[in-house]
Ligand binder design. Structure first.
Ligand code: HEM
Length: 248
C-alpha cells in the first residue's frame, strides 16, 4: 500500500514534469520531422553536398538568433537553469563548417531560405516578448542535436566522404562527455523551472511551433535543392544536345 502510494506520487510527479510533457506533446511533430524529405534522405544514408550546405546556412541563421536571445536573457528565471553556452553553443561551430565549404568569404556567399527567416524572426520576437518560451526552442534544437543529431553527423561524414571531422563541427560537442547524462541533467533543469499554468501551456504550444518551424525549414530547403538539381540537369541536357549537334 505504502509502495503503491509512492508509485502513484512518482507517476503524478512524472506526469507534471515539464520534460515529460514537452516530449509527449511534441511526439507527433517529431515523427513528422523525421519524415521530411531531408530527414528521410538522412535515414537512407545519402545526404548530398547541396543539401548539407543549405542546411548549414539555415542552422547559422537559427543559432545566431537563438543564442543571441539566450545570451540576452541568461538571467531570466526560466532561461537561467537551461543556459549552457559552454556545453551547447553551436554558432561558432556552424561558422567553421561554413568556412570549410564556402571559403573565407562565406558570409557573402550564404543564402537564407524564406522559412529560415521566419524561424529566426520568431526567435528574436520571443527573446523580446516571452523569454520563457526560449526553453521550448532550446529544447527542440539542442536535445535534438544531442539525440538523433549524433547519427546525422556520422551519415554526413560517410555520405560526403569528409575526413578528419572537417565540415562536421556542428555535430561535435566537446563540452559534453556523455550526451545521455547531459540530457538527464538538462531535463532536471527544465523540471526545476517554476511556471504558472498559463505559461506552461504557452511553452508546450511553443514547442510544437518550434518543431513546425523546423519542418518548414527542411521542406523549404528541399524545394531549393530540387530546383537547383533540375536546373543543373537541364543545363547538362542542353550541353549534351549542343555537343551532339556539333559532332554530328
Ligand atoms: C530525441 C531520432 C530528427 C528533436 C530523439 C531520439 C532519437 C531521435 C533516437 C532519442 C529518443 C529518446 O531518448 O527517447 C531522430 C531521427 C531524426 C530526428 C532519426 C531524423 C532523421 C529530429 C528533428 C528534431 C528532433 C528534426 C527537431 C528539430 C528531438 C528532440 C529530442 C529527440 C527535442 C529529445 C526528446 C526528449 O528526450 O525529450 N530523436 N530525430 N529530432 N529529437 Fe530527434
Amino acid at each position: 500500500m505504502e509502495t503503491e502510494k509512492k508509485m502513484q506520487t512518482q507517476v503524478e510527479l512524472t506526469d507534471s514534469d515539464l520534460s515529460e510533457q514537452i516530449k509527449a506533446v511534441t511526439k507527433d511533430s517529431h515523427v513528422r520531422a523525421e519524415n521530411t524529405e531531408l530527414m528521410l534522405a538522412y535515414q537512407r544514408g545519402n545526404v548530398s553536398l547541396p543539401q548539407y550546405k543549405l542546411l548549414l546556412c539555415s542552422l547559422y541563421e537559427i543559432y545566431q538568433a537563438l543564442e543571441e536571445a539566450l545570451d540576452n536573457n541568461s538571467n531570466h528565471p526560466s532561461v537561467a537553469p537551461i543556459y549552457f553556452p559552454l556545453e551547447l553553443a553551436r554558432l561558432e561551430s556552424v561558422e567553421r563548417d561554413l568556412e570549410h565549404f564556402y571559403g573565407q568569404d562565406w558570409r557573402e556567399k550564404i543564402v537564407v531560405p524564406a522559412a529560415t527567416k521566419i524561424y529566426a524572426h520568431r526567435l528574436r520576437q520571443i527573446g523580446k516578448d516571452n523569454p520563457e518560451y526560449l526553453v521550448a526552442h532550446a529544447y527542440t534544437r539542442y536535445l535534438g542535436d544531442l539525440s538523433g543529431g549524433q547519427v546525422l553527423g556520422r551519415i554526413t561524414q560517410k555520405s560526403l566522404g569528409l575526413k578528419g571531422g572537417e565540415g562536421l563541427s556542428f555535430f561535435s560537442f566537446p563540452g559534453v562527455s556523455s550526451p545521455n547524462l547531459f540530457k538527464q541533467l538538462y531535463r532536471s533543469r527544465m523540471n526545476s523551472i517554476e511556471l504558472e499554468e498559463e505559461e506552461r501551456k504557452g511553452m508546450l504550444q511553443e514547442a510544437v511551433r518550434a518543431f513546425e518551424l523546423n519542418i518548414q525549414v527542411f521542406d523549404d530547403l528541399q524545394k531549393m535543392v530540387s530546383v537547383t538539381e533540375r536546373e543543373s540537369e537541364l543545363m547538362h541536357t542542353t550541353t549534351r544536345n549542343r555537343c551532339t549537334r556539333h559532332t554530328s
